[in-house]
Design a binder for this molecule. Structure first.
Ligand code: HEM
Ligand code: HEM
Length: 229
């Protein structure tokens, strides 16, 4: 039986597309360099705020955005890979692993950036608090980790292309407008009833998300000494 359900709430969708814009902005700016390093940092702070928000939303967000719904146990991963259980309506057990890897690698990228120095005119806001050796070490991790990030983004795009054009399942539209047509028997087989519900996406959730993101961003900028109250 096919049904159309709200899977991705607006906060998760906005998180995703803002993340894409900010990473693209950070990468363009670092390649131009000079004055634009300042904008590289601004995009980086935005990425860090978004990742911290997404971690919080993984606990308090709508059902399909919660870690508990999509992070698989080893048994569930095996059951999915051997076809004994469906992939669920949101991230599949395999897709979940790439989501976690992306969030982790993005956190490391933005976190190490705060201590990095370009040896010309730009310094991350926390570089002055650590030794030169630490700045150099975290700078090397920042450079190395960016390659891991680009690799993961490449895999992410390949997986999406595979779903869209080989499996002919539309997963991009749900990330844009929220609803997904799901096959309850096939994708939901073996899953607990709670994993088969629609995501709540009302005004209260959206307002909570907006306030949470604003508080996280302001606290981060305050902790980095970029703004003061
Ligand atoms: C900088 C590039 C990108 C990054 C870092 C990225 C990152 C992510 C992350 C972290 C998620 C998990 C969303 C969540 O649960 O919060 C996700 C999901 C998703 N992304 Fe991206 N994304 C990128 C580009 C794209 C692009 C260009 C597309 C579309 C053409 C896309 C389509 C999707 C879709 C469809 C999902 C949901 C996958 C599923 O149903 O399991 N992403 N992405
Ligand atoms: C997720 C967000 C970020 C991404 C994707 C990113 C990406 C990159 C990339 C690709 C490079 C070039 C690395 C290389 O030398 O090959 C770079 C360099 C750099 N980034 Fe970031 N970065 C991010 C966040 C930040 C933040 C928040 C800061 C500081 C506030 C920062 C500061 C720097 C500095 C100073 C360099 C120059 C390092 C050098 O010249 O050796 N980055 N970043």
């Amino acid at each position: 039986m096919k049904r159309t359900l709200r899977i991705w709430d607006l906060p998760t969708r906005l998180f995703h597309w803002l993340l894409v814009v900010c990473i693209t902005g950070a990468v363009i700016c670092v390649n131009i360099g000079g004055y634009w390093m300042q904008w590289h940092a601004y995009f980086g702070y935005a990425v860090l705020s978004l990742v911290l928000f997404r971690v919080l939303w993984g606990f308090i967000g709508a059902i399909h955005s919660r870690f508990i719904t999509f992070i698989p146990s080893p048994q569930r991963l095996i059951a999915f890979l051997t076809g004994k259980e469906g992939g669920g309506f949101g991230h599949s057990p395999l897709g979940s692993l790439s989501v976690i890897a992306l969030l982790l690698v993005l956190g490391i990228q933005a976190g190490t950036g705060l201590f990095t120095d370009d040896d010309i005119a730009f310094q991350g806001p926390l570089a002055k608090y650590v030794s030169n050796a630490t700045v150099s070490l975290l700078g090397s991790i920042h450079a190395l980790n960016s390659n891991i990030l680009f690799g993961l983004i490449g895999l992410h795009l390949l997986a999406i292309a595979y779903y869209q054009w080989v499996k002919r399942e539309s997963i991009v539209m749900p990330m844009i407008q929220g609803d997904k047509e799901v096959d309850v028997e096939r994708e939901g087989s073996g899953l607990p009833a709670v994993a088969l519900l629609a995501s709540k996406d009302g005004a209260a959730q959206r307002l909570t998300a907006l306030l949470s993101l604003c508080v996280i961003a302001l606290l981060l900028l305050y902790a980095l000494g970029i703004i003061s109250f």
